[in-house]
Design a protein around this ligand. Structure first.
Ligand code: SF4
Ligand code: SF4
Length: 319
């Protein structure tokens, strides 16, 4: 047993290949009204990168070729891109589901006063970060005052119909650990979140997604500065679950950065690892979409963050 475990602990992440694309994830830019300490994008109000309207038009052409079931909009705060609403409308007009990775506080930014109504009108799935249901924990990870604003954001979304088990107005919350540990079981935590948030703040949501923190970018740097990086990597490797390998999200998701380059997932995008394990980055305008399925995926040690324990993806736990 000990020998097997040592072998596993030293292992490299197994090679994996793509299947049919079901989700196109688009990073609309790295600008955000927050600067959370766990952010794997290093997003902040000072970032200038934003997807241009020309690239958005190319993205729409790409979507028309790939025909995914879901388009997942992320950032930074994706809503800060000036073309966000145009893009959402275009995709929804095609009958494709849209996810907005919303940080909730954005609903109170200048120019976003009617955002909750826009999202409801277009039946966008709102996936919102709330790493804990207690004020101190959320503020310590996401910044002073973020918890109260987030609760008020949830209230606005509840008012327009989100979070009441309506399949057309789905509100998902995202939990990620506050430190260098794995998330607890998703189902148990969802019950706790629902009871506490309803009783204490009168807010409701549909589903809780638990996500493992990736040891890259701002969270990775924090681990390094605290001397916890090696232990965290070991924790991820020690908890490797073969069962999760078949359902890691990159098998059916493709990620596009703000300039229109392709990656196997948002984490690889942040690490600059080109799509398909290629040496150079591929732009959406140059990709033959018939050649996506079966392509090799660029895997590295951070991928153990997707397979540890119950597994992790942008849609929560894998098991
Ligand atoms: S984690 Fe989300 S809300 Fe926080 S800085 Fe990053 S993109 Fe913004
Ligand atoms: S980090 Fe990205 S490439 Fe690696 S397993 Fe997870 S989703 Fe796939």
């Amino acid at each position: 047993m000990h020998d097997t475990l040592s072998l596993l602990n030293n292992r490299e992440f197994p090679p994996i290949n793509r299947e049919e694309v079901k989700t196109v994830q688009i990073n609309l830019g790295y600008r955000c009204n927050q600067a959370c300490f766990h952010c794997h994008v290093n997003a902040s109000p000072d970032r200038k990168e934003q997807m241009s309207i020309d690239t958005i038009r190319q993205v729409i052409q790409f979507i028309d070729k790939v025909k995914p079931a879901v388009v997942d909009l992320t950032g930074g705060a994706p809503e800060l891109n000036p073309h966000f609403r145009e893009l959402v409308s275009e995709i929804r007009d095609r009958g494709i589901a849209v996810i907005d990775r919303c940080n909730l506080t954005i609903l109170f930014e200048h120019g976003q006063e009617d955002l909750h109504k826009f999202l409801a009108q277009h039946q966008v799935i709102v996936t919102a970060s709330l790493p804990c249901y207690t004020e101190d924990n959320v503020n310590s990870q996401r910044g002073d005052g973020v918890f109260k604003k987030s609760i008020n954001g949830l209230r606005l979304l509840n008012e327009v119909g989100y979070g009441h088990s309506n399949p057309d107005l789905q509100l998902h919350l995202v939990y990620n650990p506050l430190g260098a540990f794995l998330p607890p079981p998703q189902e148990t935590l969802e019950i706790e979140y629902k009871e506490y948030l309803a009783k204490t703040y009168g807010v409701q949501f549909d589903v809780l997604l638990t996500i493992t923190n990736m040891p890259i970018k701002r969270f990775g740097s924090t681990l390094v500065s605290r001397g916890e990086f090696e232990n965290y990597m070991q924790l991820l490797k020690d908890n490797y679950s073969e069962e999760n390998l078949n359902s890691v999200m990159c098998k059916t998701l493709i990620s596009i950065d703000w300039e229109g380059y392709l990656f196997d997932c948002d984490f690889n995008q942040m690490l600059g690892l080109p799509f398909g394990n290629l040496r150079r980055k591929t732009h959406i305008r140059d990709l033959n979409t018939n050649q996506i399925e079966g392509k090799s995926i660029a895997v590295r040690d951070h991928c153990f963050g997707c397979t540890a324990g119950r597994g992790s993806s942008c849609s929560g736990a894998l098991q």
